[in-house]
Ligand binder design. Structure first.
Ligand SMILES: [Fe+2]
Length: 271
């Protein structure tokens, strides 16, 4: 797969069997939480996240949480460590993977601010009552995404709903450190409305440069497309449909690690 990002060509090759789908539009079989919103045809929007007075606490609590999670992976850091320098203290891939293991699937009880505040904010934006709880398995979790510069840590282009447990939700990308025009999440606008046969993708989780990803990888796009980085700023959130093709966000900075929070919400009471 080859595409243009920040005026540079980004390319990856995924191993394994790949296929185009049929003419199904998966979004049309789903609860579309962007429905009726001014951004429903783009599939994403950027909005302010918290009241300004709450943001410094949110950020410092987030950094403390990260440092405590990295400590569990054997990476001990001082409390004033700048998370965007993460790549400078990680010795090898093994240590990075141990750290990633600790910074995923975190209970929302440990979210750096009351999760209710986020649920209320996103419910207002989407015009319906939402909760950060997956009706598929009852899990209420969030993840940190840690993408070192030029290290291939980013997952490939994909739809979340190619994994069966992410249907009907809405996704959040909250920038924490080092998230900028060269590193923030990339998306293909309006691709949530594409039929499955618009792309060729791997059947299962992709393997790229020997690294296994949970998500399948887009290998080819059979129509005009553009990969863009909406680039939410500090105390903003990127809200996007899990049906949108996203990922592939190589960190093109030379010396900054990008860290973001990934969180999903579903319609409250959905079964
Ligand atoms: Fe994703």
């Amino acid at each position: 797969m080859k595409y243009r990002l920040n005026e540079k060509i980004v390319e990856y090759v995924a191993e394994g069997k790949a296929n185009a789908g049929d003419d199904t539009i998966l979004l049309h079989k789903a609860i579309d939480l962007s429905k009726g919103m001014p951004w429903s045809s783009d599939g994403f929007t950027i909005a302010p996240l918290l009241e300004n007075k709450l943001f410094p606490t949110f950020l410092s609590e987030t950094k403390s949480l990260l440092i405590s999670l990295w400590k569990k992976a054997g990476v001990t850091l001082s409390s004033d460590f700048n998370p965007s320098h993460y790549h400078t203290i990680i010795k090898n891939q093994e240590q990075h993977l141990a750290a990633v293991e600790q910074t995923k699937l975190i209970s929302t009880e440990d979210f750096p601010i009351s999760i209710r505040l986020i649920e209320q904010r996103i419910s207002t934006i989407c015009g319906t009552e939402l909760e950060a709880k997956n009706p598929w398995d009852g899990a209420s979790v969030f993840h940190f995404r840690v993408v070192r510069p030029n290290a291939g840590d980013n997952n490939p282009l994909h739809r979340d709903v190619w994994l069966e447990d992410y249907t009907n939700c809405i996704n959040l990308y909250i920038p924490i450190a080092g998230s900028n025009e060269n590193s923030s999440l990339a998306i293909i606008p309006s691709s949530h409305l594409w039929p499955e046969n618009s792309v060729v993708r791997t059947d299962g989780g992709a393997i790229i440069n020997g690294i296994r990803f949970n998500v399948p990888a887009v290998m080819e796009v059979n129509r005009d497309f553009q990969v863009v980085r909406p680039n939410p700023k500090e105390n903003e959130v990127l809200i996007f449909s899990p049906y949108l093709i996203h990922g592939g966000a190589a960190n093109l900075n030379t010396d900054i690690t990008r860290i973001s929070i990934e969180l999903r919400l579903w319609k409250k009471g959905q079964r």
